[in-house]
Design a protein around this ligand. Structure first.
Ligand SMILES: *[C@@H]1O[C@H](CO)[C@@H](O)[C@H](O)[C@H]1NC(C)=O
Ligand SMILES: *[C@@H]1O[C@H](CO)[C@@H](O)[C@H](O)[C@H]1NC(C)=O
Ligand SMILES: *[C@@H]1O[C@H](CO)[C@@H](O)[C@H](O)[C@H]1NC(C)=O
Ligand SMILES: *[C@@H]1O[C@H](CO)[C@@H](O)[C@H](O)[C@H]1NC(C)=O
Ligand SMILES: CC(=O)N[C@H]1CO[C@H](CO)[C@@H](O)[C@@H]1O
Length: 522
């Protein structure tokens, strides 16, 4: 017992026994003497060191420089230098060049753009830039010439009484590119359902409940027409299928997407009556066949039939001009409070039509093709001077449904200019960031944040240790507005519970400049 106690004390540097402790106490005077001697020795050392500093070896000098760099504060002037050098005319030129062709993810022009970004980053002076390949399940409309895939009112199921005007263009030279994909919703199942039309507000569960319970409309076998918003596209289809609907049409009501009195394009920037949305029906981000792990070429893929993320019934977008043709002829009760949009008609519930369209049904023709396609993320890097293993990341997606002048080629145009300016500072040896700056151009964002999500699934551990911050740009430019509401969840990280969460710090150069001292991070 004694011995053990003594041993433990010894381990913590205390006297072994009481007697030894008393001896130690009596050594107090020696300690004072030792401290005095030490101080004198240190002073002599410093003096010797001072006079012999010119004899520092090369190695010492390198070490000393590194140490000084480590303790130096951020160079705040570099932020202003970068901002001053950014040339809006060059961003405009980049945008013009990048929007020449439609570049939907997985198509040849999409691959050309990935390579163009990589090459430009290298030419601009980034230390490295590479393509990271994935194979994603994507969903395409019939390609090439605009086919007759549409919504229509049929007579005897064959002759068309009315077809939606999905090829109507305000700017034929700009919108009429034969390679522009048809209006479609990605991952809609293909099909040609036919049924009476019912108006179901936003297609939420409570909307269908109202139709079935309050208005006593049996939705089984019907086609639902709903307004855009309040609920995801795929979710609207799931809700409609739950009450037996066989197809669903979504249109953007001006009450939801425009403002009263706001001029529509080309007189203003609000949505014109011919505007049709393209979009994805997936509600969870990430590639559907490889949930939770990266969609590399060697990855196991779940069979398509085992994946439960696609809408159960065909779903198709139309314009509000076309929606008006359907809605103004609907029969049945007037809509309840809160369901009215702002088209110049009386909104009714249906089911079915009145007058010249009485007894006619609506048909939806959806021809989607689901296929696995190669898609790239482009990842570039400026190596950090002091902490190369800490990453400050800038990202945006480069894919677009069509040319994507706003969403999100505008951000690609900005990213190219930002790398030019930073690259020049590197080339002129005026600056190298303290931490590594990583640039990302994400692929296949429009289909459901595939590029960024799979990247995080692949590098979650590395990013968890090294990523200091991530700055996302999406819809970098829209009209003459700072588009604060377009914050997009583009990068996901694993949190401590093993669940993904998403974060975005900022998105617009104006915000970069005024609200966030981002340069203090690089
Ligand atoms: C629908 O009916 C229920 C009860 O039957 C009622 O509580 C509810 O207010 C009605 N909804 C509307 C929008 O009228
Ligand atoms: C709705 O219609 C379907 C078939 O038309 C029928 O099987 C079902 O019983 C009807 N539901 C109600 C609640 O009447
Ligand atoms: C919907 O708008 C019409 C005019 O188009 C109006 O008569 C009706 O009262 C409105 N209904 C509701 C519930 O607000
Ligand atoms: C689906 O798309 C792929 C890639 O574009 C194409 O190779 C294939 O022929 C298409 N399949 C159908 C049925 O259209
Ligand atoms: C209804 C209809 O004719 N749909 C067409 C849609 O486009 C595909 C491919 O172009 C055609 O095969 C379908 O016939």
């Amino acid at each position: 017992m004694e011995a053990e106690y003594g041993t433990i004390l010894l381990a913590s540097g205390q006297p072994k026994t009481v007697e030894e402790g008393q001896k130690t106490m009596s050594k107090g005077r020696y300690i004072i003497l030792a401290v005095l001697c030490g101080t004198v020795a240190l002073a002599v050392g410093v003096i010797i060191g001072w006079f012999s500093k010119s004899s520092l070896t090369e190695e010492d000098r390198v070490a000393l420089d590194k140490f000084r760099a480590l303790v130096r504060g951020a160079d705040e002037t570099v932020g202003n230098t970068i901002m001053d050098e950014i040339d809006s005319e060059r961003i405009r030129e980049n945008l013009r060049e990048l929007t020449k062709k439609p570049h939907m993810a997985g198509t040849a022009p999409d691959h050309e753009m990935a390579e163009l970004i990589r090459q430009t980053w290298l030419d601009n002076g980034l230390d490295e830039a590479r393509l990271v390949p994935y194979d994603f399940l994507l969903s395409y409309p019939p390609m090439g010439e605009m086919g007759p895939n549409n919504t229509a009112v049929t007579v005897d199921g064959t002759d068309f009484e009315f077809e939606d005007t999905r090829t109507a263009h305000i700017e034929p030279e700009l919108q009429g590119d034969p390679d522009a994909p048809q209006f479609f919703y990605a991952f809609s199942p293909p099909g040609n359902p036919v049924g009476e039309l019912v108006f179901a507000n936003y297609g939420r569960p409570q909307d269908f409940e109202y139709l079935e319970k309050n208005a006593s409309i049996n939705c089984t076998g019907k086609i639902a027409i709903v307004k855009y918003g309040r609920e995801g596209r795929g979710t609207k289809a799931t809700n409609a299928a739950a009450v037996g609907a066989v197809g669903i049409i979504i249109y953007p009501d001006p009450a939801d997407v425009n403002v009263p009195g706001g001029q529509v394009y080309p007189d203003g920037w609000f949505l014109p009556g011919t505007g049709v949305e393209r979009g994805s029906t997936l509600s969870d981000p990430g590639e559907p066949l490889t949930p939770g792990y990266p969609a590399t070429d060697y990855a196991y893929r779940k069979p398509l039939g085992d994946v439960d993320v696609f809408p159960p019934i065909p779903i198709l977008p139309i314009s509000y001009n076309d929606a008006q043709e359907y809605l103004l002829r609907l029969s049945g009760e007037e809509v309840p409070s809160g369901w009215n949009g702002s088209l110049p008609i009386t909104y009714r519930l249906g089911p079915g039509f009145t007058d010249d369209w009485a007894a006619r049904e609506v048909r939806i023709n959806v021809y989607t093709n689901t296929t696995i396609q190669r898609v790239y993320n482009v990842i570039g890097m400026i190596k950090g001077r002091v902490e190369p293993d800490r990453y400050v990341m800038f990202g945006n997606h480069y894919d677009a449904w069509v040319q994507g002048a706003i969403d999100d080629t505008s951000s690609t145009a900005i990213s190219l200019e930002l790398t030019r300016v930073m690259g020049n500072l590197l080339k002129e040896e005026k600056w190298r960031p303290r931490r590594s700056v990583v640039f990302a151009a994400w692929g296949a964002e429009e289909f459901g944040l595939f590029g960024s999500m799979e990247y995080v699934e692949q590098y979650a551990k590395l990013l968890g240790e090294r990523l200091v911050t991530y700055v996302n740009m999406d819809v970098g430019v829209a009209g003459s507005y700072v588009t604060l509401r377009y914050i997009e969840r583009c990068l996901a990280v694993l949190n401590s519970n093993g669940r993904y969460y998403f974060f975005t710090l900022l998105l617009h150069p104006y915000i970069l400049q005024t609200h966030f001292r981002w340069y203090s991070l690089i």
